[in-house]
Design a protein around this ligand. Structure first.
Ligand code: C5P
Length: 316
């Protein structure tokens, strides 16, 4: 008989007694093809996710109940109650494994809230990885990704990281395997966020009124550009069906996109449901120049340089 993972008091027999610190990246979508609204309220997607070097951190420590504290982006604005995705993720992991949901969790946020960078999903992915280590439940990455899908459509990708084709509502992943390469990005962060469901709903309205651009076709050219490791080619293939809706809701994004193009970006798109805009640069030096120009343009709150692809949620 195998020994139970937890004793009568619900203390883990394995796991760790110290703190587990997990770093998790933001995501951008190099291609975001939005299909029809499904009966379950989600849209059918074909997307190419890409994890970039802009990170949040979740630290998990032993506790006798489940608590969350936070610092950084969104503090005072994001709820730290049970509606927070970090706590939801911990509860879902506990329910799936039988582990008692006992941990003191602390979130350090750098990823802008409601920015189209999947910050909340990233925090959920980090919580899953951190609690898995703290509680000694030792799930495989694929098992964690399976549980992650219960928390949100983007959460499985943030567990895995890298570059991945996502289908279904975004949770069905197949990694895009290419020889190692580092792409250089500039992330133009806007003031304030956009609500993802509102941007999807606005896209549906634009489409119903015949005012949306033609939907993207399959990302074959983009996948070929990734394989050829050619930034000019990749820039020409970036696409996002949600961009028209995000720009309609936040017209100032057109100025951010124009400022990046004027500054010499190879290409630029709204990230996910926005309002963050990401630009592709030739190399690290070009990215820094672009970021400086964008910051001076006054069309964004801040412009950050980042590289991708990077790994998903990992203990540090
Ligand atoms: O899966 P997640 O909870 O992150 O999604 C947030 C919201 O975004 C959903 O409730 C839905 O309104 C919208 N969504 C969608 N289609 C998807 C993913 C998300 O309409 N494929």
């Amino acid at each position: 008989m195998t020994e139970p993972l937890f004793d009568e008091e619900g203390r883990t027999r394995f796991g760790t007694s110290g703190a587990v610190r997990v770093r998790v990246p933001a995501k951008i979508n190099l291609h975001l093809g939005v299909g029809p609204l499904r009966p379950d309220g989600y849209h059918e997607l074909t997307t190419v996710y890409h994890a970039i070097s802009l990170y949040d951190e979740v630290t998990a420590r032993r506790g006798d109940r489940l608590t969350l504290t936070m610092e950084g982006e969104g503090t005072g604005e994001l709820p730290v109650d049970e509606s927070n995705l970090v706590l939801r993720a911990a509860r879902v992991l506990a329910a799936a494994t039988g582990a008692p949901a006992h941990a003191r969790l602390h979130l350090r946020k750098q990823i802008p809230v409601a920015g189209g960078l999947a910050g909340g999903s990233a925090d959920a992915a980090a919580a899953l990885v951190a609690c898995d280590a703290l509680w000694g439940t030792s799930l495989s990455r694929d098992q964690l990704a399976g549980i992650a899908a219960e928390v949100g459509s983007d959460v499985p990708f943030l567990v895995l990281g890298g570059t991945s084709l996502g289908t279904g509502r975004g949770e069905v992943l197949s990694p895009v395997l290419v020889r190692p390469i580092m792409w250089h990005w500039v992330v133009a962060v806007a003031d304030g966020g956009l609500s993802t469901p509102e941007v999807y709903a606005h896209l549906d309205e634009l489409r119903a009124a015949g005012k949306a651009p033609a939907p993207l076709t399959a990302p074959d050219d983009l996948l070929a550009a990734l394989r050829q490791r050619n930034p000019e080619l990749l820039a020409g293939c970036l696409g996002n069906d949600m961009q028209a809706a995000a720009v309609a809701l936040r017209p100032a994004l057109a100025e951010t996109l124009a400022a990046g193009a004027d500054a010499g970006a190879l290409g630029g798109i709204v990230s996910g449901s926005g309002p963050t805009v990401v630009f592709l640069a030739r190399d690290g030096a070009h990215a820094q120049l672009l970021a400086d120009d964008l910051a001076d343009s006054g069309t964004c709150r801040t412009a950050l340089v980042a590289t991708g692809p990077v790994a998903g949620a990992r203990p540090v």
